[in-house]
Design a protein around this ligand. Structure first.
Ligand SMILES: [Zn+2]
Length: 604
């Protein structure tokens, strides 16, 4: 009798399916030795008191030494923390790893708190502006000028202490929403067209909405929003709490409003945010055209909200890929990025074992790319061989290669890149993968599925996230003017935006207006627009490869090598993507238009 395949224990998985973490530490014994060798708190305190505290304004050299002292320590702590965390993600039941993570986290917060005096003291240096123009601080010009930029918004020590205290209860709105969304909502099960019963839950909701069975989709949508609608007063108040706190804190910190305060860290002007929304609105007719195509292919009377996620092409068989097939497909697809890029990636995915792709008991789900300045750029993924896995590999490899090039080309203090640019490198690889499949495998089942998926991705990422961004913008204007929310007000804003976006080929049942209530990202205010901008940037770059491959490659490498040495907008501008002009969004819509046309020709 054949036994059903059992998921392996971590100790049983083949060596070549795991990552090689020896750049960091040989094993936990080695880790422990290095942990013990960390300086004691008293030693750090003594060094700071003797050499740095109340002395930073004495000379640029003292300031530099203090920065270097902190850096050396951070680098050691990071290596210890990342190793323990990676070991814990490969097998969450590994208690040695869990304990190590706790130990190092503790140590990190103890030691880094010793440096809390630094930024306020640096900001009192009178000629800091001049110091950063010259040696020996020239190399820290960007980091220190970022600190100077924030000066206007840092309050007195006492006020900062008050804000730190109140920020704890103010984070509760997000938690309330998450508890409500994940624990309290109870949905009635629904029937499909064959009379089979299906569970409705948060995770099943999107799966059911991808089903080709329209009865199942309709019933799921109705069951879901019947429950959501009951909470409109509660959730409106909760969202108001979140928005009004954010708005008030921004104003206390001398920003004109909530949005301006939130865009400050990335140094993004308001015009970019508003410009994205208005450019999308200008091009919105293309979404109407896509909805018309959807209506015709799915043979339905009109597109309802529950018809938007279903694939336009039902392939006969779900494609599967062995690890080698999937990996080689990605490596072929990224060829436009040049020989060197492909060689490094190939080595990373074979001999150098950047990736942990094994399936084992206790492994963390999902995928990520992570590492330190001193290590390889690791990838965690569980390879099941789906097309989604191939895309995830392309995505995470994009992050890892970005990290690789940033670390190679920038010193430690300028290597770390921000989210605003991070997702460009990863989604570019996805775009290149789509281009490869669509052009090299034209007419195949796979190419047709990808064609449909491309449209859904663009609509889900650029169009829908910008709709969310527009909703947040309207909501923030209300709180910035010290007015309050009512369910009716938010629902009508949301419904109007939906009508403008999805157009006359669509129908908006009563329940449409409640959708805003379920979006968890609204509690990380003004975050979702970054999905849209990164996607636009990567599409603009992938389009550039059709025009002039060498030039496009040069553009991409400017981003990969820049790390965090400049503001994200400057990095993208150096790479030819100027978000203060409409071009990146317009280019992305050109790509979208091309894909709609292809779908009209090949799928209908
Ligand atoms: Zn990513």
């Amino acid at each position: 009798m054949k036994e059903a395949q059992k998921i392996k224990n971590r100790t049983e998985v083949p060596h070549e399916e795991t990552w090689d973490l020896t750049d960091l530490f040989k094993d936990f014994g080695d880790w422990e030795k290095n942990f013990m060798a960390l300086p004691k708190e008293e030693e750090i305190e003594k060094t700071i008191q003797q050499n740095f505290k109340n002395k930073l304004s004495e000379s640029p050299k003292i300031l530099l030494n203090c920065l270097l002292f902190k850096e050396e320590l951070s680098r050691k702590l990071e290596n210890l923390f990342v190793y323990a965390s990676l070991r814990s993600t490969e097998d969450t039941s590994n208690t040695q790893a869990t304990e190590a993570v706790g130990k190092i986290e503790n140590k990190m917060s103890l030691l880094t708190s010793k440096f809390a005096f630094m930024n306020p003291e640096i900001l009192t240096i009178k000629n800091l502006d001049e110091w950063i123009q010259l040696e020996p601080l020239k190399d820290y010009k960007f980091n220190l000028s970022e600190l100077i930029r924030s000066k206007k918004h840092i309050l007195s020590e006492k006020e900062e202490a008050i804000l730190a205290r109140v920020s704890v209860p103010l984070r509760i709105f997000d938690e309330i929403h998450s508890k409500w969304n994940n624990a309290d909502l109870k949905f009635l099960p629904v029937l499909d067209s064959h009379g089979n019963s299906h569970i409705v839950s948060n995770s099943r909701y999107s799966l059911n909405l991808q089903s080709q069975d329209r009865t199942l989709r309709t019933n799921t949508f109705n069951s879901y929003y019947t429950e959501i609608a009951k909470w409109r007063n509660t959730i409106t108040s909760n969202y108001y709490g979140n928005m009004v706190s954010g708005s008030n804190i921004s104003k206390i910190r001398n920003f004109s409003g909530f949005l301006e305060g939130e865009l400050f860290d990335d140094n993004i002007p308001l015009e970019l945010y508003d410009g994205l929304i208005s450019e999308v609105k200008k091009n919105i007719k293309l979404l109407h055209r896509s909805m018309k195509l959807r209506k015709n292919i799915l043979k339905i009377d009109s597109v309802y909200p529950y018809d938007r996620a279903v694939s336009l092409y039902e392939s006969k068989q779900n494609p599967t890929f062995s690890w080698e097939e999937g990996r080689d497909l990605v490596l072929k697809a990224i060829a436009p990025l040049g020989k060197e890029y492909v060689e490094i990636a190939t080595k990373g995915l074979t001999k150098d074992r950047w990736i942990d792709r094994a399936e084992n008991e206790g492994k963390r789900s999902g995928a990520f790319s992570w590492g330190t300045f001193d290590s390889r750029p690791y990838i965690l993924q569980t390879w099941n061989g789906t097309l989604g896995d191939v895309y995830t590999l392309a995505h995470e490899l994009g992050h890892s290669m970005h990290t690789y090039y940033s670390n190679k080309n920038q010193p430690y203090h300028k290597a770390h890149y921000t989210i605003f640019v991070a997702e460009v490198a990863s989604t570019l690889n996805e775009a290149l993968l789509s281009n490869y499949i669509i052009t090299h495998m034209k007419g195949s089942d796979l190419a047709k599925s990808v064609l449909s998926e491309n449209l859904e991705n663009f609509e889900g990422t650029v169009l829908r996230q910008t709709l969310f961004a527009a909703f947040e913008r309207e909501a923030s204007k209300i709180v910035d003017q010290d007015e309050t929310f009512t369910p009716d007000k938010l629902e009508s804003i949301y419904l109007d935006l939906n009508k403008e976006w999805y157009g006359s080929e669509s129908t908006f049942p009563e329940f449409t207006k409640y959708e805003w209530m379920r979006i968890p990202h609204f509690y990380s205010a003004f975050y979702v627009y970054k999905y849209a901008t990164s996607y636009c940037a990567s599409l603009a770059l992938s389009e550039a490869f059709f025009v002039d491959e060498n030039k496009a490659r040069e553009q991409v490498f400017k981003i990969l090598k820049a790390g965090g040495s400049k503001s994200p907008l400057e990095i993208l501008k150096d790479a030819g993507i100027d978000f203060l002009t409409p071009a990146p969004v317009t280019n992305a819509f050109q790509n979208y238009q091309k894909n709609i046309q292809r779908a009209e020709e090949e799928l209908f």
